[in-house]
Design a protein around this ligand. Structure first.
Ligand code: NI
Ligand code: MN
Length: 229
């Protein structure tokens, strides 16, 4: 069995055969307060969808302390390597077979940057990440608007769990996330990136109703909840 632990916002811990990973490890300053960076001492991978602080988060500190490898888009990986982390750089459309399974970076419609002093440093394209764990594909959409590329995931990528932002303003809202779910056709869709701040105050129950009307099974995880699959 693989295990997915929701740490609030877009942060997840994913564990399975050969894999102990964080995805978008925003822990310091995460208003949900489910876990702290120091709670993670035994990790081998950290997946990062883009450079924004609520996604890159504590990745560099955790990677340096645990020895975990940061897997991300080339520009984000290079930034993390300059800060002293072990990295594996990939790019959009690229697939690599890691010892635990296959990872593919897929498009996301968003931005990617970090703030250094009073400068905004752009870090290439954002991405979504498909991670194979125990033979099942987990798609973390990162931050994204609704894009037609999601239809390709539904047709060719056999997504088991889709983690989809629903909060609106910066990403898909519940309507667009329900359409995304219809395109991606996962066995299970899980909403994320909602209610962390008032500006992304979406109701996951409303998303569930809209997505289920489009034929997609939805499970709402409350921050702190675990799912085995
Ligand atoms: Ni973002
Ligand atoms: Mn975000």
């Amino acid at each position: 069995m693989a295990k997915l632990w929701y740490l609030g916002h877009s942060t997840f811990y994913l564990e399975g055969e050969g894999l102990k990973a964080l995805i978008d490890p925003f822990l310091t300053g995460n208003p949900w307060g489910i876990a702290k960076p120091e709670d993670f001492t035994d990790l081998n991978y950290i997946f990062v969808t883009h450079g924004h602080g609520d996604h890159l988060g504590d990745a560099v500190e955790i990677a340096k302390r645990t020895g975990a490898t940061i897997v991300s888009i080339f520009e984000v990986a290079q930034y993390c390597q300059f800060k002293g982390a072990n990295v594996h750089a990939m790019h959009i459309g690229g697939t690599y077979n890691f010892p635990f399974g296959r990872v593919k970076l897929v498009p996301a419609a968003h931005g990617s940057s970090v703030i250094e002093g009073d400068r905004v440093v752009t870090l290439g394209s954002p991405c979504g990440i498909v991670v194979e764990v125990e033979g099942k594909n987990v798609y973390h959409a990162g931050d994204t608007g609704l894009i037609a590329d999601m239809e390709l995931l539904g047709k060719y990528e056999n997504i088991y769990v889709a983690l989809l932002p629903i909060g609106g303003n910066f990403t898909m809202d519940i309507r667009d996330a329900a359409i995304a779910a219809e395109l991606i056709k996962p066995a299970l869709a899980i909403p994320m990136h909602f209610k962390t701040w008032p500006i992304i105050d979406a109701e996951p129950e409303d998303f569930k109703a809209l997505a289920e009307a489009r034929g997609v099974n939805v499970q709402i995880l409350n921050p702190g909840d675990e799912l085995e699959f």
